[in-house]
Design a protein around this ligand. Sequence first.
Ligand SMILES: [Zn+2]
Length: 259
Amino acid sequence: MKPFIVADDFGLCEKHDKIIIELAKKKKVNAISVLVHDELSGKRVNEVRKMRDYLSVGLHLNLTMVLPKIQPIGSIKTLIIKSLLGSLNTREIKKEIFSQIREFEKVFGTLPDFIDGHEHVHILPSILEILSKRVVEEKFSEKFWIRSPVTETMADLYRELSNAGLKVLIITALGSRAKNKLNRLGILTNKNFAGFFSLKSPSRNFKQKYLHLLTLKKPDMVIMVHPGTSESPTQNKNHSNEIRAIEATMLNESGIYLT
Ligand SMILES: [Zn+2]
């Protein structure tokens, strides 16, 4: 797999989306992961459709955030605990996964090039079980992949831990199991991953660390980014618009040109 810089959360708000579209046009990102919902249509979707020959477009499976006519199944913490206790409502989750894949197809006219999850929800064991079954049954492209949020080497893991702290360990533990399952099933996935940060507010060395991230040129690596604007009306206490705006500026000013 080629290296990807994936802009997550496309569809969250028109103002963020505009920034992501500009970055994709300038080849600063070569993949976007889309939150589907009832109000995702119009100009921003047409802009994405025009870039389909060089821009990978994935489904950002969302089970944890309120969006137009989408009610979350629970917070990520609740879902992790319920998943470990085996008490998730799998019928409800199955319905939601199927409906988001169908909605993506309706909006873009094709199945997604890849699937990942908002807050990495797709790697939870019972959720991945449902998703991977669906993927095996559905006619996805031969190049279709599911994202793994797991680093390849100890050095990569150390970098992510120093950028984002303990959450990286929890995601790595769950993600390693998920990666093994994907490999067993023959579903493509990335070998390496980067891009964890504490997203509530920019940390002291955020710019320096982000710059380092953008210089990583490793094969088969996915770098997760969240560019956007501070002028967005969406206010999420766990993910500041200020960080999204810094990310957009740094990507814009970088020498990155992805072909
Ligand atoms: Zn997300």
